[in-house]
Ligand binder design. Structure first.
Ligand code: APR
Ligand code: ZN
Ligand code: ZN
Length: 361
């Protein structure tokens, strides 16, 4: 049993910073000394969700050092630097077996607990729920072996934490879900963490036009530095008309906001044969598309966490960063110490910056 520091949510929107107990890892689990954890909208949705099962420790974009491993663990060993991947997967269902672990139903079945349905966290008054089988707003975490993805040791932990969910969702939307090729024209709606990552991904691949759309001029300015060739302030300009004027209609559009209106705009911005990618996993609500568009060969597709295969794609992204080819530094706005997680949530709510990270020490 380990005494750890954790941000415990005992009721919605109320965090208390406590010392709690963490059990030893079971045979197929890993104990990780958490160093940094990204603050994601998915945490914030849980933080404000009045129905959530409390007490719970949130945090699903962790990075740290393996401290101990269960008897049957073979993929990592103590001392390895690991990214804690958001989605647990079983490794043997039809989706895992066909290289689509992002579609594995294991996570929804266990509702965020460990794959066996239990939790390794405990307070004085009983069990504390785990979040995405991770709960990394804490000094240590026990996670399933498959969730601990080893990467090179020269990537700072606050950058490694960016590789756990939101950033790969944007990059993978471009590289995996959509398969953008060199010379393609791309539009990105919404320039938060996910949209900015989609722009980085499109630049990496060598897209021709990369049109960034947002309603905040300072976000748009920042996107030019990431590779956007054109920017559109949708609060004053109709983005659909402007995208058609600039490109004649894009090959791929990425909706990185999650609103019906911008989903419709992303679809209407397509040229012949174009594909609109709905990057978010949240319920975007009902939206209207004109069925008359389909004879132009257009399509609209979902994007489950960038279609990322963690052990394949996450180390590659870490390599690209370390080699200076993927500017993840530009996505990191601020770091907060763990006891200031509620302030990091306030910043997220207010739309301040691209991406914030909590540091454990
Ligand atoms: N048109 C263009 N841009 C918009 C609009 C609009 N109508 N409304 C909001 N935006 C911009 C915001 O200004 C912000 O820059 O969209 C961006 C959204 O970014 P974030 O809030 O930082 O969200 P992000 O972390 O990138 O996640 C994107 O995925 O998981 C979901 O809930 C999450 O809906 C969010 C989406
Ligand atoms: Zn996330
Ligand atoms: Zn599976």
């Amino acid at each position: 049993m380990h005494e750890i520091d954790a941000a415990v949510m005992r009721e919605p929107e109320r965090l208390s910073y406590e010392s709690v107990q963490l059990e030893e890892p079971k045979p197929e689990e890993v104990l990780v000394d958490v160093r940094a954890t990204g603050v994601c909208h998915t945490d914030y949705h849980a933080y404000t969700n009045q129905e959530i099962d409390c007490p719970v420790v949130l945090g699903h974009e962790g990075a740290g050092v393996v401290e101990a491993v269960g008897d049957r663990v073979t993929a990592v060993e103590p001392g390895d630097h690991v990214v804690l991947w958001v989605l647990p997967s079983c490794g043997h269902c039809e989706y895992c077996s066909s290289g689509q672990p992002y579609l594995c139903p294991k996570h929804t079945e266990t509702r965020g607990r460990m794959p066996d349905g239990t939790t390794r966290l405990r307070g004085d008054d009983g069990p504390i729920n785990q979040f995405f089988a991770q709960s990394s707003f804490a000094s240590k975490a026990v996670v399933p072996e498959r969730s601990a993805v080893p990467i090179r040791t020269d990537v700072p932990f606050e950058i490694a934490a960016l590789l756990g969910c939101g950033i790969p969702t944007g990059i993978g939307a471009v590289t995996n879900t959509a398969d953008v090729g060199p010379g393609d024209d791309v539009a990105v709606f919404g320039c938060g963490g996910v949209g900015a990552s989609a722009i980085l991904g499109a630049d990496l691949i060598g897209a021709r036009s990369i049109v960034a759309v947002d309603i905040e001029p300072e976000k748009l300015d920042a996107m030019r530095g990431l590779g956007a060739t054109d920017v559109i302030d949708a609060s004053s300009t109709d983005p659909v008309e402007e995208i058609h004027r600039l490109t004649g209609g894009v090959d791929y559009s990425f909706e990185c906001i999650g609103r019906p209106q911008t989903l419709e705009q992303a679809f209407e911005s397509l040229g012949r044969g174009g594909t609109a990618v709905v990057t978010t996993t949240k319920d975007t609500g009902t939206f209207e598309i004109d069925g008359g568009a389909f004879p132009r060969g257009v399509s609209i597709v979902g994007n489950m966490v960038g279609s990322i295969r963690p052990r394949v794609d996450v180390p590659k992204l870490a390599n690209l960063y370390a080699e200076g080819r993927l500017d993840l530094d530009a996505l990191l706005t601020d770091t907060y110490p763990l006891p200031e997680l509620d302030e990091a949530f306030d910043a997220l709510r207010d739309g301040d910056g691209i991406r914030n990270v909590v540091r454990m020490a």
